[in-house]
Design a protein around this ligand. Structure first.
Ligand code: SPV
Ligand code: MG
Length: 290
């Protein structure tokens, strides 16, 4: 099955699908090898990997180029985090086909003003656009796709902005009416209560998408049991794992005065060469180097 159709089917199936964040093709390949259903092309991770805030500091083309590189490196579907769509509905009309052409199977677009501020930062600048304005952006995204299986996921930041459950439900329903294939509902509370309440109150037919970064105690089995959630996204665990591992190894090398202690515990050079796709290159050599 083609990637877009595969993703749409997983999003809509009763079983919960799970996506892992990635900030480059190597992290995406590791997520694929670990068995995740899809790659989350996280804006937060890409920004962090450039050591800049997740606030539309990077250009859309930097994100798009990375999504293209990731999609080329894995077989699983790629979900592109397009933030607010990089402008208004007109910008969305132009950018969505580019993400589709880059090999992505879905975009997630959020209902904040451009430039956005990152969602999970305490005291962040969280301003929502008008519901009608965002409906226009969702309609533009849906109309711009070439493949009907390419998914447009609308993300409401109403809970993040402190606008309350009633506003979040109204927005989610309006975005579904505008054509969204799924609704991502985000929360930065440390307990899952407001998410559980939203899910219980959701009357729409569109599957929900959760990003449980701030409420990690909610397990996949709990989410599956809710019955209305099609996809869970682990939003920043690739970059956090990388930062933790690098920090520890760098400190140990400084402390030990060399690499003699850490070396045996690290992935071997041979493993990295394999991750680079060495086997495929050797096959090309065998066939074509005459
Ligand atoms: C991202 O990973 O870029 C996201 C999820 O949008 S969050 O950082 O939680 O907003
Ligand atoms: Mg993001």
């Amino acid at each position: 099955m083609k990637r877009n159709a595969c993703f749409r089917q997983k999003l809509q199936a009763p079983a919960l699908a799970h996506a892992m964040s990635a900030h480059n093709p190597l992290s995406a390949r590791l997520a694929e090898q670990a068995g995740f259903d899809a790659i989350w092309g996280s804006g937060f991770e890409l920004s962090a990997s450039h050591a800049v805030p997740d606030a539309n500091i990077l250009s859309p083309s930097q994100h798009l180029d990375m999504m293209r590189a990731i999609a080329a490196a894995v077989d699983v579907p790629v979900i592109a985090d397009i933030d607010t769509g990089f402008g208004n509905a007109i910008n969305v009309s132009y950018i969505v086909p580019q993400y589709e052409a880059a090999g992505c199977s879905a975009v997630v677009m959020e209902d904040k003003t451009f430039p956005k501020d990152t969602s999970l930062r305490a005291g962040g600048r969280q301003e929502l656009v008008r519901i009608e304005e965002f409906q226009g952006k969702v309609e533009a995204a849906c109309a711009a796709r070439r493949d009907a299986d390419f998914c447009v996921i609308a993300r409401t930041e109403a809970l993040i902005a402190g606008a309350g459950e009633r506003e979040a439900l109204a927005r989610a329903a309006a975005y579904e009416a505008a054509g969204a294939d799924a609704i991502l509902i985000h929360s930065k509370q440390s307990a899952p209560d407001e998410i559980l309440s939203f899910v219980a109150a959701w009357q729409g037919r569109a599957p929900l998408v959760l990003v449980p970064t701030s409420y990690p105690q909610l397990r996949e089995s709990d989410i599956q049991a809710l019955g209305k959630v099609g996809l869970v996204i682990y939003g920043n665990h690739a970059i956090r794992a990388a930062v933790g591992a690098m920090r520890e190894v760098f400190a140990r090398i400084r402390r030990d005065g060399g690499i003699h202690e850490v070396d045996a515990g690290l992935p071997s050079v041979k493993e990295i060469i394999a991750l680079q796709g060495d086997a495929a290159m050797r096959e090309l050599e065998r066939r074509y180097l005459k």
